[in-house]
Design a protein around this ligand. Structure first.
Ligand code: BGC
Length: 713
């Protein structure tokens, strides 16, 4: 324990965790995640020493110009296998070939590929094992395109649902984000493809993304925006990190010494390389090189000749260039890009096995938000279904920006429903979105009406090259009007929504019978929607974000100012702190059965900061349908001089339960996970006080709770 911790102890009092303190040479450990013993070995594997020696030899031979040439991309126009960077073939250095993106193989490869449900949809599965398989499939397709680096996952905390690229990320919560991102990265890298965690950090506004300065205090940065990145570095061993366009607390991300040098490469001991975001991500040669930007993409602007000159004039040390080149070579050699390079083989893209995974994910991602009993549709009693809505027969895969995938095929909702009706049920498609008398009569005559509507790439997407940020949280007036008109016929109405984040639905929610959130569900989306509607699969998706009743309930979204301030509270933390009820809470999702929670037992209720306790409980499927339940554990400090969120997700697990079956679920819970980041001491502290542990099926439904007392020293 350092002197600064002891001082803090006297003042608050606080309990310091190992590594807490201001010694620049020591690591600042975060809760319950011990760093790897040898970061280079963990990154590279057992032959890391030989590789480092080989790099030593190479660095002794390369000229300054050659080393600097490794530190930028080869040009603005990508090859069919991606953007080339860091190659010196005559020296045995193959370079990287980089492709997007977060929902599947980059369309610029020209290969028809498996377009998966977007990241937000996959976060709604709350299933890291499934996300690991998605990573493997994407990795395999990237390699089969002849590429070596996948520019994914997007892992920016969703500060506000109007962010244009909300669909790419894993939601609003750091814990869920970390679990999904680690699983994805490990899956991708198992295929010998390098993942690139992006965008480091706080890139969650599109319209001002190139210029905005996102300001936040150090505690908010450490507790909300950094933990998932730390996990992909230390647990996932992510090969590379892409900086954000925006600046953070006054310094552009690609020049941010605090983020890149002190935290990422210093405290977290990241061994891979840092690359800039494309074209507009770099600004100043000396600032970027000094902060630790290793590769400028996609072409030299501030690197290349200006970097050579900066070294020659002494503004940048040769050591800095050596360090950058070392990281670049390490990544290439550790991933065997020289000995086992990727080979383009289109026959390995979009295989039947891959598209099966896309269907499974789409099924698991759909969130049932409301159901008065209309779902699942019973094919033996339902004779006629009317299908309506602007997206019923649309190929709606998401943004047309950098995450665009050329889909091998797309199953629309109408196609999926028609196939699932299997000739037993008559499916009538009413294409008009402005219903005539005849259309209304046809809807009134149906047993069930399904309206498929929501957002498209015209409503949200990447800034400059696509739609940018959303204008609001509701549907368009004509979409609301169609749902209202359908419901007014008296026919039971099911609304299937698509889109990348929260949608408000006040005008019609009370008058419809069921609502599904299907996100952008990928190439198999139509089949997956039908699987859920007809009960082939019981819904298991859970919201990875809060759905507010109205935009005014959230903290403001500012996509016009040059400077924005991100507060400590956003999403469910904000709503609960304000005492505002959401429309649907974070973690929420219904299914075709019910679950009962009981018998919460903690292995100990008086604990010390270094302890790990077992949290055990029973969950029973009390209905008649087999289904998956996502058991969620939240904590909150009962009384604390420090402002804390009322509830924070700290653990979750999934349990498949047959009808009538009860199972015991248990979590190992490290008390260190109750820590907050103490800015004064520069470390994580667990206050000696009482903490509430709550368990249930969403942040708004936690039937079990217990109190744990952390004793002082
Ligand atoms: C995006 C990145 C993307 C890159 C390359 C940028 O505009 O912000 O996410 O990886 O382009 O396509």
């Amino acid at each position: 324990m350092t002197h600064r911790c002891v001082l803090a102890l006297c003042l608050l009092p606080l309990i310091c965790l190992p590594g807490c303190g201001g010694d620049n040479n020591s690591r600042t450990d975060e809760p319950a995640q011990p760093p790897p013993i040898s970061a280079t070995e963990a990154y590279c594997g057992s032959d890391y020493l030989e590789i480092e020696e080989r790099i030593d030899t190479l660095l002794g031979e390369l000229s300054l110009e050659e080393e600097v040439s490794l530190m930028h991309g080869a040009g603005f126009v990508p090859t069919e296998s991606g953007h080339l960077a860091s190659a010196l073939p005559e020296r045995g250095i193959p370079g990287f070939l980089m492709v997007d993106g977060p929902r599947g193989l980059d369309n610029q490869t020209g290969l028809p590929a498996t377009a998966f449900p977007v990241g937000m949809a996959r976060a709604a599965t709350w299933d890291p094992e499934l996300e690991h398989r998605v990573g493997q499939v994407m990795g395999a397709e990237v390699r089969a395109a002849g590429a070596s680096v996948l520019l994914a996952p997007t892992m920016n905390i969703l500060y506000h649902p109007r962010w244009g690229r909300a669909q790419e990320t894993y939601g609003e919560d750091p814990y869920l984000m970390g679990a999904m991102a680690v699983a994805f990265v490990q899956g991708v890298q198992q295929e010998n493809v390098l993942a690139s965690a992006k965008h480091f950090v706080a890139n969650s506004i599109e319209d001002t993304r190139f210029t905005v300065d996102v300001q936040m205090d150090e505690r908010t940065l450490r507790e909300i925006y950094l933990p998932a990145f730390r996990r992909v570095v230390q647990e996932g061993q992510v090969a590379s990190v892409m900086t954000a366009y925006n600046s953070v607390n006054g310094a552009f991300s690609s020049e941010n010494e605090h983020l890149l040098r002190d935290i990422l490469k210093g405290e977290w001991e990241f061994q891979g390389f840092v690359e800039s975001d494309w074209v507009f991500g770099t600004h100043d040669t000396v600032a970027a090189a000094s902060a630790g930007l290793d590769i400028e993409m996609p072409a030299p602007k501030v690197y290349g000749p200006p970097l050579v000159e900066a070294v020659q004039s002494g503004e940048v040390s040769r050591d800095m260039v050596d360090l950058g080149a070392r990281r670049i070579l390490r990544a290439q050699f550790c991933f065997g890009l020289d000995t086992d390079p990727p080979v383009r083989d289109p026959s390995k893209v979009a295989t039947a096995g891959h598209t099966r995974v896309a269907r499974e994910v789409a099924q698991r991602a759909i969130v049932l938000l409301k159901n008065t009993g209309t779902l699942p549709i019973d094919r033996s009693t339902t004779m006629k279904i009317a299908v309506l809505g602007d997206l019923a027969d649309a190929e709606n895969l998401g943004d047309t920006g950098s995450s665009r995938v050329l889909p091998v095929y797309v199953v629309t909702a109408l196609q999926g429903i028609t196939a699932a009706a299997d000739g037993l049920v008559t499916v009538t498609h009413i294409a008009s979105t402005n219903l005539s008398q005849e259309d209304r009569a046809s809807v009134a005559d149906a047993d069930v009406a399904i309206v498929v509507t929501g957002l498209t790439s015209e409503d949200e997407g990447e800034g400059l090259i696509s739609a940018g940020d959303r204008k609001g949280l509701g549907l368009r007036p004509e979409q609301d009007a169609l749902i209202e008109a359908v419901a007014a016929t008296g026919t039971p109405t099911i609304v299937v929504l698509e889109g990348g984040s929260a949608i408000t639905m006040n005008p019609w929610l009370d008058s419809v019978d069921a609502v599904l959130m299907a996100w952008y569900p990928g190439i198999e989306g139509g089949n997956a929607i039908a699987d859920i509607l007809f009960g082939e699969v019981a819904p298991s998706g859970r919201l990875p974000i809060s759905f507010p009743r109205a935009e005014a309930d959230l903290q403001p979204f500012d996509n016009v100012s040059d400077t924005v301030a991100y507060g400590y509270f956003h999403g469910y933390r904000h709503l609960q702190h304000e005492g505002t009820a959401p429309l649907f809470p974070f973690g929420f999702g219904l299914t075709y059965t019910s679950f009962a929670y009981s018998d919460l037992v903690l292995s100990s209720t008086r604990v010390a900061a270094g302890d790990t306790i077992t949290v055990q409980l029973d969950v029973e499927n009390t209905g008649a349908t087999d289904a998956i339940e996502t058991v969620q554990l939240y904590t909150g400090a009962v009384s604390s001089p420090v402002i804390r969120a009322p509830r924070e997700l700290k653990a979750f697990t999934q349990v498949a339960l047959s009808a009538g079956v009860k199972k015991t679920v248990s979590f190992d819970f490290p008390i260190a996970d109750l820590a907050y980041y103490d800015v004064e001491s520069g470390g994580w502290v667990v206050e000696p006080t009482d903490y509430r542990l709550e368990v249930g099926s969403s942040s708004g439904d936690l039937p079990l709770s217990a109190v744990v007392t952390v004793d002082g020293p």
